[in-house]
Ligand binder design. Structure first.
Ligand code: ATP
Ligand code: MN
Length: 477
């Protein structure tokens, strides 16, 4: 007999069918009602056991967390709260879970406690819902790009270029840490290392994606990236997944159009396909917010917020306009910000980004044309000579979710920039080649996948939307 999933059974109209299912016990009430979950859906199916027909020793093993095999008949439910249930005829315990030891009991556990049990937290409704949404979102992303003529491109994870400048990197080496070979200057000689040079885990696949866009037209990466930044925030991970589309013949406007359409589209897809999980997460959030002061509560319930983002235009504002707003806003004048905005050229902190999004515009915002000084070397210089064609997308509750730009395609301008920053041209020889041979205007952006999952699930800490988070001082599991 084919193993049915609980999701299928709950949707089934085919009553009185004989079925076998396997899953994990959530609760066992009154020695009679097993709430069984198999991960196929948030819901449990009620399995009704006539205890007189079963061995007492067997029933003692039906504890929360135990894996069981249930055979029985699908019938209309007598009780409230479910339409169908299983009248159990045979029961087998596949794997026990000692209630004295099993930490995931049917009660409220704090997210902090569950982070320490990352291998078991997926057995809670909250984490199963988050991870199903995460899975659906990643499918939606691939789907979107496929439907829009993009090629999926696998950027290397070990990289030899150290000029990206996106953050601190993790070194990859096979040298003997106690006794590394030294060069004449007494420094570690990476010529003797595995790759014959210094290598690191990638912080971004962008530079390589540019090479591919200049032949395949439209490409995207969706892979892990690594940043050894010691920023212990609720929005930074040391290992996170990034989506980086790169498009030939796209200027900044086309880039912004794509980014906006892309985000709206994957959120709509998730709204459509994860209704049950999103309803659960919305309720969870409302419960959690009851204990917070009014001012910290979100203005919209989760699903309404997602619909709002999917159905409304993002506000596009230049950096210069944003600075004017920020310079004159109340929290700046009253010195409520940790970093006071004094003049044009200031780098925006998350507090400023969130002010613009949450207090001023009250919708997602795309900021563009940033000062060249605070952005990466590869962004295209504007005619004014001081701003670059950068764009960041800012989201409520999150801050920056996307960072992108039109890339500098003019060899002489790029070379001058590289020189100004003191970067060795030789390090970038292949990247400069892209401007030497068949150069063309092109653009792209990077979207931190976990920040999108944070937004879609309404969770507050990025550690709770990736299966096994890596953060400073934490790589258990
Ligand atoms: P932030 O200012 O928030 O640190 P960033 O400017 O360093 O971001 P980019 O280098 O533009 O970010 O990276 C592109 C996207 O990757 C960001 O918009 C964000 O969504 C995501 N991102 C960046 N750093 C991290 C991180 N440490 N953990 C998770 N996501 C990240
Ligand atoms: Mn950063």
């Amino acid at each position: 007999m084919r193993l049915a999933t609980i999701k299928e059974l709950l949707a089934s109209k085919n009553l009185l069918q004989e079925t076998t299912i396997k899953g994990w016990v959530r609760t066992f009430r009154s020695n009679r009602f097993i709430a069984l979950n198999d991960g196929s859906t948030l819901s449990t199916i009620q399995c009704v056991v006539d205890f007189e027909n079963f061995d007492e020793e067997l029933l003692k093993k039906i504890n929360t967390g135990a894996a069981v095999k249930v055979t029985g008949t699908l019938v209309e439910s007598q009780g409230r709260g479910q339409s169908v249930e299983i009248q159990v005829s045979a029961l087998e315990v596949l794997g026990e879970a000692d209630p004295e030891e099993y930490p995931i009991q049917p009660k409220k556990h704090s997210l902090e406690f569950l982070r320490e049990k990352a291998h078991l937290r997926i057995r809670t409704n909250t984490f199963a819902a988050i991870m199903r949404v995460r899975s659906t979102l990643s499918f939606a992303i691939h789907n979107y790009f496929r439907e829009n003529g993009f090629n999926y491109f696998h950027a290397p994870i070990i990289t030899g270029s150290d000029a990206e400048g996106a953050g601190e990197m993790f070194r990859v080496t096979t040298l003997d840490e106690k006794n590394p070979p030294l060069n004449e200057e007494g420094e570690v000689n990476y010529k003797e290392d595995f790759f014959g040079k210094e290598t690191n885990l990638t912080v971004s696949g962008q530079l390589e994606a540019e090479a591919y866009a200049m032949a395949l037209g439209k490409v995207y990466t969706f892979g892990p990236t690594f940043r050894a930044e010691n920023s212990n925030t609720s929005r930074h991970l040391a290992e996170f997944w990034m989506i980086e589309p790169e498009m030939a013949f796209f200027d900044l406007d086309a880039n912004m159009d794509l980014a906006e359409d892309f985000i709206k589209s994957v959120i709509s897809y998730t709204l459509e396909h994860c209704q049950e999980d999103l309803e659960f997460l919305e309720k969870r959030l409302l419960d959690e917010e009851k204990s917070k002061p009014q001012a910290q509560r979100s203005e919209m319930p989760l699903i309404e917020k997602l619909k709002f983002v999917a159905n409304n235009n993002f506000k596009r504002v230049s950096y210069t306009e944003a600075i004017d707003i920020l310079k004159n806003c109340k929290p700046n004048k009253k010195k409520k910000f940790s970093y006071i905005i004094e003049e044009w050229g200031a780098d925006l902190q998350s507090e400023h980004e969130r002010y613009l999004v949450e207090k001023h515009f009250k919708c997602p915002v795309i900021l563009f044309d940033y000062p060249a000084k605070i952005k990466a070397f590869y962004m295209r210089l504007n005619e004014d000579g001081k701003t670059v064609r950068a764009m960041d997308i800012l989201f409520p509750g999150i801050g920056e979710i996307v960072g992108g730009s039109q890339r500098e395609e003019r060899l002489d301008v790029l070379k001058a920039k590289v020189k100004e920053l003191g970067i060795d041209e030789k390090e970038l020889w292949w990247y400069l080649d892209l401007r030497k041979f068949g150069t063309a205007e092109h653009s792209g952006f990077g979207l931190g996948f976990e920040r999108l999952v944070l937004f879609a699930t309404g969770m507050g800490n990025i550690r709770d939307v990736i299966p096994f988070p890596r953060t400073p001082q934490n790589a258990e599991f």
